[in-house]
Design a protein around this ligand. Structure first.
Ligand SMILES: NC(=O)c1ccc[n+]([C@@H]2O[C@H](COP(=O)([O-])OP(=O)(O)OC[C@H]3O[C@@H](n4cnc5c(N)ncnc54)[C@H](O)[C@@H]3O)[C@@H](O)[C@H]2O)c1
Length: 333
């Protein structure tokens, strides 16, 4: 099996690559080649650390994946499973309208077109599994307290609109039999390691990660704000499981909300205090940011995830465990 991760140098892309390479992961059993595509050179040494990677060829393709020649190269390799994780994230897609549509919509459509061309060149023999990372940002207000799987899409950001557009493309290219696609709507992933990024939700990781390092951080929303989150570990496990679904299961699904945890920002800070000590909360400085508040509060905070659960996907137990997971992972590095 050949697995490709587009956005393979990103936070989730790197973690997914490590999981695929780790001994004992179900995808590893059949994986012979792993290709990482990203505009930034993926750190293969980091991805391989702690993995056994026996018998798996690792290839990197560095550059903008929307480039026509690169798209042809990607498709001509005929990967069996493609995780499409590359994106211009929420804050940046809102600030830079053209960049967001170019990367998030046009490039994704270009990818699907290149895969369709390969499908046709193979006389229908090539039909890859495509897992597209969508987001809860496809929903917008007003919404009920718990958003059902049948709830209609009314994104309140460019990013959410772009994700919704690609979900539809993935479904339609699958309906026509060019690919076997599935879009998974991710909760906000916390705690994100490393530095803050351009996502409007970036502070949700910063308020845990920075105090744990003894650094001050800004809280741009009210502590009563409620969000829907998932840990990196659980998200990666769900990506792996989605890659392994049968064609019948994806045909019956095509898009689903991933399990998450409903938590208020105040409860997140309580989790931080429980793991790291009460004094860490003093490093969180309230400073309202209207732009961030508006985007983040336009996202629902609880979803029905019945379909994902039926398919064997999992959620985090509680927020304290998410903080502990981050502490364990950073102290192991
Ligand atoms: N992290 C979250 O909280 C979250 C929540 C919902 C959805 N998602 C989605 O999950 C995916 C992965 O998220 P992440 O947190 O790892 O993001 P990330 O920003 O860390 O990674 C995205 C990667 O895509 C690459 N990329 C962007 N444009 C590219 C292009 N034109 N060509 C090649 N590479 C390109 C970037 O260089 C980056 O390495 C994204 O699609 C994101 O929208 C993430």
């Amino acid at each position: 099996m050949h697995i490709m991760i587009i956005g393979g140098a990103g936070m989730l892309g790197q973690k997914l690559a490590s999981a695929i390479l780790a001994n004992g992961e179900p995808l590893t059993t059949g994986c012979k080649k792993l290709t990482l595509v990203d505009i930034v050179e993926p750190d293969v040494a980091l991805i391989k650390s702690g993995s056994i990677c026996e018998g798996i060829e690792i290839e990197t393709i560095t550059g903008d994946f929307s480039d026509g020649l690169r798209l042809s190269q990607i498709a001509s390799e005929r990967p069996d499973v493609i995780y499409h994780l590359a994106a211009v994230v929420s804050g940046e897609a809102e600030a830079n309208f053209d960049k967001g549509y170019e990367a998030n919509v046009k490039a994704s459509w270009g990818l699907l077109e290149a895969l369709r061309a390969e499908h046709e060149a193979s006389l229908g023999g090539y039909c890859p599994r495509v897992v597209f990372s969508s987001s809860l940002a496809v929903y917008g207000p007003p919404f009920p307290d718990v958003v059902g799987e049948e709830f209609y899409l009314r994104p309140a950001s460019c990013y959410g609109t772009q994700k919704a557009m690609v979900e539809l493309l993935v479904s339609d290219y699958s309906r026509r039999g060019f690919i076997d696609g599935i879009s998974v709507r991710l909760p906000t992933i916390v705690v994100r390691p490393g530095r803050p990024n351009a996502a409007a939700s970036s502070f949700l990781s910063s308020i845990i990660r920075e105090p744990l390092k003894g650094e001050k951080t800004i809280l741009p929303v009210s502590p009563s704000s409620v969000v829907w989150v998932s840990s990196p570990k659980v998200t990666i496990e769900n990506f792996v499981r989605t890659g392994l679904l049968s064609a019948k299961e994806t045909a019956e699904t095509r898009v689903m909300n991933l399990p998450g945890l409903k938590v208020s920002v105040g409860e997140m800070i309580d989790g931080l205090k429980e793991v790291g000590g009460s004094e860490l909360a003093e490093l969180i400085v309230p400073e309202t940011d209207e732009v961030v508040s508006k985007i983040v509060l336009s996202w629902p905070s609880q979803f029905v995830t019945e379909r994902a659960v039926q398919l064997g996907l999992i959620g985090d137990v509680d927020f304290v465990s998410i903080v502990r997971q981050h502490v364990e992972e950073t102290s192991a590095q």
